[in-house]
Every structure is written in C-alpha cells, then in structure tokens.
Design a protein around this ligand. Structure first.
Ligand code: ZN
Length: 150
C-alpha cells in the first residue's frame, strides 16, 4: 500500500507542477469561476459540450498542488465522456474523498482519479480536491458567477 501511496503522490505532484489542459476556451458560454476561501484556490473551468458529450475541457487559475492537480486530472478524465458519466464520476470522487467508496474499488470506477484516495486522511484538503468538480458543475450550468466551497 505504501508503494501505491508513493505512486499516487507522484501523480499528484506531477499534475500540480505541470497541469494538463491549462488555459482558456474563448468561444464557449460554459465556464465558471470557483473559489476555495479556506486555502485561497481560485480556478476557472471552461467546457465545450456537443451532443451531450464533453468535447473539450480546460481550466486556468491558481491554487495549491492538490487543487491544480485535481483540475488537471479532471479535465483529462471527462474529455470525451457524456454528461451522465461525468456526473457519476463526480459522485464517485466525492464518495472516495468522504470515505464512502473503498479506495480498493476506486481505480475501477475512477481510473487515474483514484490517486486522490489519500486526501481523505486530510479533511481540510477535501475542498481543494473537489473545487474543480464543483466549478465544473457550475460551468455545465453556464453559471458564470461561479461557486464557492463555503
Ligand atoms: Zn488548496
């Protein structure tokens, strides 16, 4: 388990340092700002949806390694997925972080997002990890004024 933990840690640090899909999508109405006042994380999520599927997802902003890594891995995970599947991932992700989903089952349900399993041991970090997802939901709904974890 400790090897797995180290691997998970490495993936988070890598995505925190070198976030994927970082940037804006200019020509979309689906974007929202998210703010986690506890930690100072601020993210904007941009989405393009076509035929009920996510065809493009990007984010920008700044925050701690966990919030940035979470947004980076989220944009990778949701790319090409239909919105119902994205909602299911969000539910499973929250369940993982709040201890309702067994970390052993997480890789099968969440793929790479399972790397956040360790965050459940640091309750103050859970909002960092879920900020991107709450912001994604606001973006999906076209709520430009965004959301706060508080
Ligand atoms: Zn944070």
């Amino acid at each position: 388990m400790s090897d797995l933990r180290e691997l998970y840690q490495e993936v988070i640090l890598d995505h925190g340092r070198t976030p994927r899909n970082f940037g804006k999508i200019e020509e979309t109405e689906l974007h929202a700002d998210g703010h986690n006042p506890l930690c100072g994380d601020r993210l904007t999520v941009y989405l393009e949806v076509d035929g009920g599927k996510v065809v493009n997802a990007r984010f920008d902003g700044s925050g701690c390694a966990i919030s940035v890594a979470s947004a980076s891995l989220m944009t990778e995970a949701i790319m090409g997925q239909d919105l119902a599947r994205v909602e299911q991932m969000f539910q499973d992700f929250q369940a993982l972080l709040t201890g309702k989903l067994d970390p052993e089952e997480a890789p099968a349900r969440l793929g790479k997002l399972a790397v956040f399993a360790g965050v459940r041991d640091f309750p103050v970090r859970i909002k960092c990890a879920t900020l991107a997802w709450h912001t994604l939901r606001a973006a999906e709904a076209g709520k430009h004024d965004g959301c706060s974890t508080e």
